[in-house]
Design a protein around this ligand. Structure first.
Ligand code: HEM
Length: 408
């Protein structure tokens, strides 16, 4: 294979680069010429005490890693590939309490309990409440005439969905939303530093909620998760706290960005918008998630010396699973550069590489995307862009901060 043409010093997780654009052309170059490529980094520059990581770009290799938790762990260095500050033992210990960073066998038991909240029935039960919320969000935006699509529309439903799922009382929601928003925007200077404090407050709130339900059980999901009487185990108050924390991180910003990028994709492909308004294809949400790939990359750490895609990988080395690249892999998708809401099959890895950590909220996310675009198509099919989107500064999230639109 020829040497890949990647400029010297290029860093695939550089937040300043990602604030400008997704490195799509460079990822395509690696898929072609060096599908498992060493990203050299100055020691400590990404928060880790090492000299870089392997950039993994092909769909097949990412699936292989995701399905081999015994060989590629999430616990060692967590799933987040880039940090603003040095990763200390203390912050590692804290991150290792959330599902995303726990490996089997502990992961299997915890996920078994948590999945009680995500059964098809539990998600179906949310449909009516969320449909009503989607309509209300869109109606309020329409009354404004013009505005920021991210703040007015994309932000709201994912927050409401998590609050509905957990049963957070209406009067507490505003505060919870503020904590979640502060927590996730950590790498962006606009949100810096207050993240940890917000996480601690959210954690405290959730733990208290768990304690209360244990004392006074109700017919709700919190009780189902924390009640020791239920067969198959239960979550301690701490575990429940971290469960709420991961939902706020994993289910909030990801879905928001899928919705914002989806809207942008429709602006850029008006014929697809016309098709959606007329026919509402069932395949739309998955194509939006493929196209948006809100999580550009998560990482794993090799537990033993191994070989991946012909490349030797040493124990202890980190590997970046570039879902964004897998979702445009020419070996898997016909015309991957085409935004096609009727695409089928669509084996995208936007929700992960189909292993133990595959997104537990995938069906909820699909429902939210269907409902919000359904409501937009119904109430304001003539929505249009009136300014350029502003991107989030993050080395691993493909985020949009602002998107000026006219709702009429
Ligand atoms: C479009 C929206 C979403 C995207 C793109 C997304 C993406 C992902 C990805 C890439 C993973 C890691 C998969 C892996 O490592 O193999 C993940 C895990 C997870 N997601 Fe999502 N997600 C979305 C929405 C949600 C929602 C709505 C929720 C819940 C309310 C949620 C909860 C979680 C949880 C709890 C995990 C950890 C699962 C585990 O470690 O076992 N996600 N998600």
């Amino acid at each position: 294979m020829a040497e890949p043409r990647i400029p010297a010093g290029f860093d695939f997780t550089d937040p300043d680069l990602c604030a400008r654009r997704v490195p799509a052309a460079e990822l395509a170059e690696l898929r072609r010429a060096a599908p498992v490529w060493w990203q050299a980094q100055q020691r400590g520059s990404a928060g880790f005490d090492d000299d870089g990581f392997w950039v993994v770009t092909r769909h097949a290799d990412i699936v292989e890693i995701s399905r081999s938790s015994h060989l590629y762990g999430s616990w060692e260095n967590t799933a987040i590939i880039r940090h603003v500050r040095t990763v200390t033992q203390e912050s590692l210990d804290m991150q290792r309490l959330i599902l995303l960073n726990i490996d089997p066998p502990e992961h299997t038991k915890l996920r078994g309990i948590i999945s009680r909240g995500f059964t098809p029935r539990a998600i179906a039960n949310l449909r009516d409440a969320l449909a009503e919320r989607a309509e209300r969000i869109v109606r309020a935006a329409l009354e404004e005439g013009t505005g920021d699509f991210v703040a007015d529309v994309a932000c709201e439903l994912p927050l409401q969905a998590i609050a509905e799922l957990i049963g957070i009382p209406q009067e507490d929601r505003k505060q919870i939303f503020e904590w979640s928003n502060t927590m996730v925007g950590d790498e962006d200077p606009e949100f810096a530093d207050s993240g940890l404090a917000a996480a601690a407050q959210l954690l405290g709130y959730a733990m208290t909620m768990a304690d209360e339900r244990r004392k006074c059980p109700r017919d709700d999901i919190v009780t189902k998760l924390v009640n020791a009487q239920i067969e198959g185990g239960h979550l301690s108050s701490d575990e429940f706290g971290y469960f709420v924390l991961i939902l706020s991180v994993a289910g909030n910003e990801t879905t928001r960005n899928a919705i914002s990028h989806g809207m942008l994709a429709f602006f850029d492909h008006p014929e697809q918008w016309d098709l959606f308004v007329a026919e509402r294809p069932q395949t739309t949400a998955d194509e939006i998630v493929r196209w948006a790939t809100p999580v550009t990359v998560f990482q794993r750490t090799a537990r033993a010396d191994t070989v991946l895609g012909g490349q030797e990988v040493k124990a202890g080395q980190r590997l970046g699973l570039f879902y964004r690249s897998a979702n445009f892999d020419e070996d898997v998708f016909d015309s991957p550069e085409k935004f096609d809401i009727t695409r089928s099959p669509n084996p995208h890895l936007g929700f992960g590489g189909t292993g133990a950590h595959y997104c537990i909220g995938a069906n909820l996310a699909r429902l939210e995307i269907d409902l919000i675009f359904g409501a937009i198509a119904q109430a304001m099919p003539d929505i249009r862009k009136v300014g350029d989107p502003e991107r989030l500064r993050s080395g691993w999230l493909n985020g949009i901060k602002r998107l000026p639109v006219s709702y009429h």
